[in-house]
Design a protein around this ligand. Sequence first.
Ligand code: GAF
Length: 739
Amino acid sequence: MLQHDSPAQSGHPTDAPETSSLESNTRLVWNPFLAEYTGQAPARMRRMELTDDCPFCADLTTGRVPPESQAWIRPNDFPALQPPNGECYLLIYSADHDRTFADLTVPEVVRIIGLWQRIYAELSPRYPCVMTWETSGEVIGQTQRHPHGQTYAVAIMPEMLGRELAAVERAESAGDLCPFCAEVRAESAGPRIVLEGAHWVGFIPAYARYPYQVRLTSRAHTSAITGIAEGEPMEELAAFLPRIIRAYNRAFQAPMPYMLALHQLADERFHLHVELLPVGRAPGKLKLAASCEMAWGFWMNDSFPEVKAAELRDYVRREEEERVVMEQLPAPAQRAIAAYREQFAPLTESEPLTVAWAPGRVNLIGEHTDYNDGFVLPVAVDRVIALAGQPHAGTTSRCYSVHHRQRHFFRSNRAALLAPDRRRRTPLWVRYIRGVLRELVARAATPQTPAFNAAIVGDVPVGGGMSSSAALDVAVATFAAALGGPRLSPLETALLCQRAEAASAGVHTGIMDQAIACLARADRALLLDCRSLRYEYIPVRLPGVVVAVFDTQVSRALASSGYNARRQQCEAATALLGRLVRADDASREIRALRDVTTDDLARYGARLPDPLLPRARHVVTENARVLAAAEALRAGDADRLGALLYASHASLRDDYEVSCLELDVVVEIAATVPGVLGARMMGGGFGGSALILVHQDTFEGLRDVLAAAYPARTGKRGELHRCQVSGGPESRVIALDKR
Ligand code: GAF
């Protein structure tokens, strides 16, 4: 595994040669005054220092253990020690140049601990001391930023470990407990504790040299890292190490240079502990060693350990709380927070961060019925658009869209929002945001939304027929409310967002997308009467059935599609049918196609100019299908629901003519797969996504069939997603520390 020459033959560490030959690259020199060795290694002057060309990134094959892993052990090219005096190895932890030890997950640190064990097991039989460490920070001499640590196997006993061993020996001859075990007992639950668990105790020693110096000692008496059992003891260590470093970063509001060193010896009396030595003494105050420390070895701690331990405890607790909150957020909300941190001014503790999100939707059935005062049956899915940001006292709001990789700003005080946007090139996503804010300020006597900076991230495919624009609108309204702007009811919000979309994008949509984005509930479909805006939740109880969506990757924008044209055709059909019906029956009023029956179509349809009859027929039959689908859903009848989906697609394709080749192909292919219950195009049409109801056991098979057949027939790739029926918009105010 490890490459090395013959070990030192000299035996006892204190027998190490006082000097090795001058030809050697490294040597140990005895200091008779301080009774300690100094290493000398002139080759280290040639080390490559912090260049942009990372030598580790350049070679991520040599020394990989085990193969395919994300871990590498290599001999150090610029060793401080060579046999017989010692050996030096590099431990590279990640292929990702920009990660740090503090960013690593528990399983990743467990893997690193496995490396530490491996290298210790290899070297400890041949050397009295194996020093493993991990460091970060230029000021403490780290020459490569790529996440890595080192191990030195040394032929002598380093001074500090020698003294620690002597303490153990003194205790033993006095018949006392191991002093490390005694220290763990004394510190547990005491004022110097930073964090403690069932297996490890982290504290600032009473005699610490540095304000934030932490010792992490195992509760079980074991002399080296190889004594740490897999499972809980190892996982706790793996969780604690990065947690302490993250607490340092919080304390210093910046990545804090530190050294993380394993103290271990192949002597059963010794007690393994990890020393963490941050070199900062206070934020903005880096000091490696004061004069009295450098010149006399007399350390002067600038603080009391109890005070600093309380501080670190608090950072650890806050970090834990933040982690719990973060884990509960949808992935885009987490990414929006990260993007906000990257793109905007550093966070301060006094200004909490607000994050808000709203879902995309899958419409089970009821397409192009909403603007005809008809019925729809959508569900929200587990894909959202999220905004994360902070308010500020100015008048200019700044937004960064991760999807568009664009940053944009606009004046967001009342007067500026109410004035027309004269900038011709304002991107659509900004027009949506501004449009919602404008509608909010246009309402009389509502609280004002403060100006803000925010980052936007979503996983609702843009132009994918899952209503990303309504999700953005509703997320903005939810964000504004959380910042102190107007708090509206879900339906008021939906109507406001519908107006905003019409004004900012010029698309006169129905109310369905905004309504489901505002009103959604997990595991429920929304049966919405788009005339009265009365609604009913119907549980989606279809055991073993997956709601799948196939993104055709034909992007479409409502504005440029025939959406508005269809709407006008419906209005024209309504007007004509209204006149014809009332001529025969003055008591009837036809306000929208909702009021037309199939009998009316049979009787008057021939008098409608082309293409108004098929357009009206779609709406009339689709409304009936929605009500039938609601019944099927209530009864848990997935087959019936599936059949209605196919019928809806045929109607949208033939009568309403809003499908396209790709959508038809998906539905055709899906229909050939046993286990598929039904499929249809979804949303405005002309591209976007198709909905497929499929038995869970068939889902993967369907994916394979589509992956082969869809590209063959369309030349496009497409993608199948499984969706969860999820809840509506939410916001959180999170106290996040600056890092
Ligand atoms: C788009 C619109 F925004 C909705 O209002 C609805 O009309 C849908 O197309 C078609 O059913 O998503």
